[in-house]
Write a protein that binds this ligand. Structure first.
Ligand SMILES: NC(=O)c1ccc[n+]([C@@H]2O[C@H](COP(=O)([O-])OP(=O)(O)OC[C@H]3O[C@@H](n4cnc5c(N)ncnc54)[C@H](OP(=O)(O)O)[C@@H]3O)[C@@H](O)[C@H]2O)c1
Length: 304
């Protein structure tokens, strides 16, 4: 507790994931107008399993958090196409249970969601109140998770993000580092456009949201700028070489989505409009190339 004696216990689910890790790494010591002392309860799948929604309320009763950040999710986008029931349980049904508990306790829930709730047919950045039209199983279950949070908990927030990567966990950046060391050339999709998001920047945004507690319910967050997966891969290789993480750069060939078929269809365009987030939460945008450089720097430190 701080001098005034107020404290806030924040429960983070999915503690071993990219965002779960980043939230723990960036947790503030105090939060909100009354500078409540923050204590984090970081729960992994073993402690708080979203595939068992009926068991969650009893676990929450034992921890009695003052706020919940739901960073756990069924994130295997392609696997979800053949495992719809599991994806729906974790991404939607569990959120109903968590949101109902939060409503009973009158505490805020931050539900993390995805740019994939949009169909990608727009050609300008998606606004928070744009119509959601998810096109795959993962996207549909995450969209249902948004509704579960908003309809069952009056103090819930939805934070949509996309293309998340971090020094911790599995992601596109680490896959490219591995392939860059193994191969002389590779093809990367050029007709899917979005914005990469460094999980540490997303985590800081979520802490700011919990501190400010604005009226608005849905927030968009990624880093600044726009990229195709091809652009992102080229930037990863160049930055990794500059930082001494790769000795040479493979040839990157632009390919079409149709050349790299996957079980789940992905939106062709999923850039999010972050202007409201940046202004409401007083956040300075970080360009994705700069954020990538920060992540690779952290990754390099972990390797040494
Ligand atoms: N990654 C992206 O590109 C991306 C893009 C848009 C939105 N998002 C959203 O951002 C949030 C954070 O994602 P992330 O990038 O941190 O994903 P991540 O690294 O895959 O982490 C997800 C976490 O959820 C946990 N989890 C999975 N099933 C669970 C279950 N049944 N019960 C409890 N925990 C379970 C995983 O546990 P284990 O460690 O045990 O597997 C993992 O720790 C998610 O809501 C995701 O939908 C992510």
């Amino acid at each position: 507790m701080n001098e005034e004696g107020t404290s806030m216990k924040v429960l983070i689910s999915g503690a071993n994931g990219q965002l779960g890790y980043a939230l723990q790494k960036t947790a503030p010591t105090v939060i909100g107008n009354n500078a409540s002392a923050v204590s984090v309860i970081a729960l992994t799948r073993a402690d708080f399993d979203l595939s068992k929604p009926e068991a969650l309320a009893a676990i929450l009763d034992t921890y009695k958090p003052d706020a919940i950040i739901n960073a756990a999710a069924y994130t295997a986008v392609d696997k979800a196409e053949s495992d719809q029931a599991s994806a729906n349980t974790v991404n939607a049904l569990a959120v109903i249970s968590i949101a109902q508990w939060c409503e009973q306790q009158k505490i805020p829930l931050i539900q993390v969601s995805t740019d994939f709730v949009f169909d990608g047919k727009k050609s300008s950045p998606y606004l928070p109140d744009d119509h959601a039209n998810p096109i795959g199983t993962y996207a549909k279950t995450k969209c249902a998770g948004e509704r579960a949070a908003l309809e069952n908990c009056s103090s819930s927030y939805v934070v949509r993000t996309g293309w998340v990567y971090c020094e911790q966990g599995a992601n596109f950046v680490k896959t490219m580092l591995r392939l860059g060391a193994e191969r002389e050339s590779l093809g990367v999709v050029t007709d899917q456009v979005g914005t990469p998001t460094y999980a540490v920047n997303l985590a800081k945004m979520i802490w700011a949201l919990l501190s400010v507690r604005p009226e608005q319910k849905i927030f968009h967050f990624s880093d600044a700028g726009v990229a195709s997966w091809y652009d992102f891969a080229v930037a990863i290789f160049n930055e990794a070489k500059a930082q001494g993480l790769l000795t040479s750069i493979p040839q990157v060939k632009p390919i079409a989505t149709s050349d790299y078929p996957t079980p789940a269809q992905r939106p062709a365009y999923s850039v999010l409009d972050k202007t409201q987030t940046w202004s409401e939460l007083n956040i300075a945008p970080d360009h994705w190339q700069n954020a990538l450089s920060s992540m690779l720097d952290e990754y390099k430190k972990q390797q040494n």
